[in-house]
Design a protein around this ligand. Structure first.
Ligand SMILES: [Fe+2]
Ligand SMILES: [Fe+2]
Length: 259
């Protein structure tokens, strides 16, 4: 089966890019499941109900989150209502049960897990202990295909997560930095991996935000009110081809498409 994973959707430009490009990507790859990280979907912070509805209508089946997810209370409301909205389960005890889900697809069930790294993130539990706990759960172990969105800053922490889960997950997909890495590969044990899939938002931005405002922030050290960038958007994603009999990935293909 093919699984499409779309990198952090940033604000309206990112949502518009998904609406424009995802139908074509669905036609091209006929994915059994489309997962998108929605932590920046609404003005760069979290995902509100209108953004959820927009992206779901565009063809996103499952949403993951990150450090910005709890930036709006709407996230808790969405997760309570919709089983296909996840956030890193180790970010807070209040959302521990929202860090995973098992989803039916035409090609069999797929477990999706969402965890966050500890480097540069305050007060989160160990993602490694969280994964070890989840991999012992019967419903997750029972799904042949298992995909992790590991939302983390440090490349080493993401590599360490791959070594913990190598051969136990079909794919370990890094998110959060918004900058795609050139290391997509499948391990000999069949786990597809990329350190960071990138983002879906304005290409000439600073990780989705207005460059003038961000430059002022870095130049002066004065905190600026963040502003979503305007301009041409780009969609960054990966397509993972997984053997549904074994759960082993065959290949991982990065996609970068201009909207
Ligand atoms: Fe993000
Ligand atoms: Fe993030």
């Amino acid at each position: 089966m093919n699984i499409v994973f779309v990198g952090d959707v940033f604000g309206r430009p990112g949502r518009d890019a998904v609406k424009k490009l995802l139908p074509r990507i669905r036609q091209e790859f006929v994915p059994a499941l489309v997962i998108a990280n929605g932590e920046n979907a609404t003005h760069g912070t979290a995902m509100t109900r209108p953004a959820y509805e927009e992206l779901a209508a565009a063809g996103v089946d499952v949403f993951t989150g990150g450090n910005h997810t709890l930036g709006k209370k709407d996230s808790l409301d969405l997760m309570a209502l919709h089983a296909n909205v996840l956030c890193p389960g180790n970010i807070s005890p209040a959302v521990r049960s929202h860090g995973f889900g098992v989803f039916d697809t035409p090609d069999g069930s797929v477990a999706v897990i969402n965890a966050i790294g500890q480097y540069c993130m305050n007060g989160v539990d160990s993602p490694f202990h969280y994964l070890e706990e989840l991999l012992g759960y019967q419903d997750i172990a029972g799904a042949v295909v298992r995909v992790l969105d590991f939302h983390a800053e440090a490349t080493a922490e993401k590599a360490a997560m791959l070594y913990l889960t190598d051969g136990r997950l079909s794919a370990v997909i890094g998110t959060h930095t918004h900058v795609p890495t050139a290391d997509a590969r499948v391990t000999p044990r069949g786990t597809a991996f990329i350190t960071d899939v990138g983002m879906t938002g304005v290409g000439t931005s600073i990780i989705g935000l207005d460059p003038t405002v961000m430059l002022e922030h870095f130049r002066t050290g004065v905190t600026q009110h963040p502003k979503v960038a305007t301009g041409d958007a780009v969609l960054m994603a990966v397509v993972v081809d997984v053997d549904t009999e074994t759960g082993r990935s065959r290949c991982i293909t990065p996609l970068i498409r201009n909207a």
